[in-house]
Design a protein around this ligand. Sequence first.
Ligand SMILES: O=P(O)(O)OC[C@H]1O[C@H](OP(=O)(O)OP(=O)(O)O)[C@H](O)[C@@H]1O
Ligand SMILES: NC(=O)CC[C@H](N)C(=O)O
Ligand code: SF4
Ligand SMILES: [Mg+2]
Length: 463
Amino acid sequence: MPVKEACGLLGIYSSRMDRSIAKTVYYGLFALQHRGQESAGIAVSDLRSIKYHKGLGLVSEVFDEKNLEDLTGKIAVGHVRYSTTGSNSLNNAQPLVVRYHSGELAVVHNGNLINAFEIRQELEKKGFVFHTTTDSEVIAALIAKSGTDLVESAIQLTEKIKGAYSLLIMTKDKLLAVRDPHGFRPLCIGSYNDAYVVASESAALDTIGASFMRDVCPGEIVVFDKSGMSTCNVSVERKSLCIFEFVYFARPDSVIDGVSVYMARWKAGKILSKEHPVDADLVVAVPDSGNVAAIGFSDGTGIPVGMGLIKNRYIGRTFIQPSQRIRNLGVKLKLSVLKELVNGKKIVLVDDSIVRGTTMSQIVNMLKDCGARSVHVRVSSPPVKYSCYFGIDTSSRKELIASSYDIESIRKFVGADSVGYLSIEGLVEAVGMKDRDLCLACFTGNYPLKAPRKGKKYLFEKR
Ligand SMILES: O=P(O)(O)OC[C@H]1O[C@H](OP(=O)(O)OP(=O)(O)O)[C@H](O)[C@@H]1O
Ligand SMILES: NC(=O)CC[C@H](N)C(=O)O
Ligand code: SF4
Ligand SMILES: [Mg+2]
């Protein structure tokens, strides 16, 4: 959706040298590709030094046999990026690898800091030189400038930075996994053979044959080194796991903090069908992220679900393209209507979210062009009215259709016969967590942390 994603992380600590460690990270990143498609990178430590390779584009475009073979070692971290602070450029790609007093350091970050500007200014005044325009570099800088005990440095880091961060920090002989005290973004731990794995989503563990052990807790620092795995809890604020992970970002086969993303989406669809029933012949999903909610809607009503929209499986998520013109084309390149199925039918069209409304208005149009008698739009999340500052590059508020249009105006805009959104209570019920443990700010405007004074994506470019 024209809300950008969340970045994906994967790290491995193996108790022995592993010639194929980078390949394993590669497959794990491949499983996390939906979280970021702008750049990818892997850094590996062989206990003496850190080598890395990164580039712009998809995991499969950045890596080949040759550059993976060069990355052998014992510890590794990988990243797929969607930029939230700083442009999409090679310079801003992660892992960020820096030299510091104790050798080298590689950092991968999922989330977005809300006080990066202030910290960077403070460090620049002290003579620090920054090489990127991302918020993530302040994390590397703060670790690099503190003392020699990495865990102590990480604790100090968590006291200083504010916002959303699931992090992996690798030195030549240690791997640290850190989740911010609010637990905005997911992070989980697994293991295979004699290795520990840390990943943004459990689906990536499944892909590389690792078994799930547990989630990293909000406010926790987990250390992997020659003595195995140990943990230290720093501080826990009010938990604020991003509910949009369940709505859209995460894969349906992931389980986040004990909740199956598939089940949450299915229940959201079912509850939506009770909140906004409609007389129709066929439920059609907007693929991909509307698929599971459409099944839930169908199961909740008995209206059959059919593949009225076919997705070109080689097209990435619509919002990769930056300009509105290309984005408009994107929907058509990506989806086509199965005319035989929709012709003459009353359709319930289910999607997970409406952001700018671009996707929905085009699809309603396409369905009507193919003979649909009526199109009833059902959305398995509440209206997105507020921007996100915690690792999702939502459009500015004025671009969010629900921030300035009411439901009836949205219905007119998308050209549907009716529009129904899931309520906030319905979505929270579908996820099954307490609402106080979730961030719901893009629906409610109640931010768990004060919105930053300077929160623009190109904060460090335009100075
Ligand atoms: O209102 P808009 O601004 O058009 O954005 C909303 C659409 O974008 C997302 O899908 P996307 O195409 O990104 O990815 P998907 O194929 O994974 O659903 C989301 O699922 C909606 O379909
Ligand atoms: N989507 C993310 O998690 C982005 C991480 C970081 N803020 C960046 O822009 O690189
Ligand atoms: S504002 Fe929305 S997208 Fe951002 S963290 Fe909160 S729930 Fe997630
Ligand atoms: Mg979609």
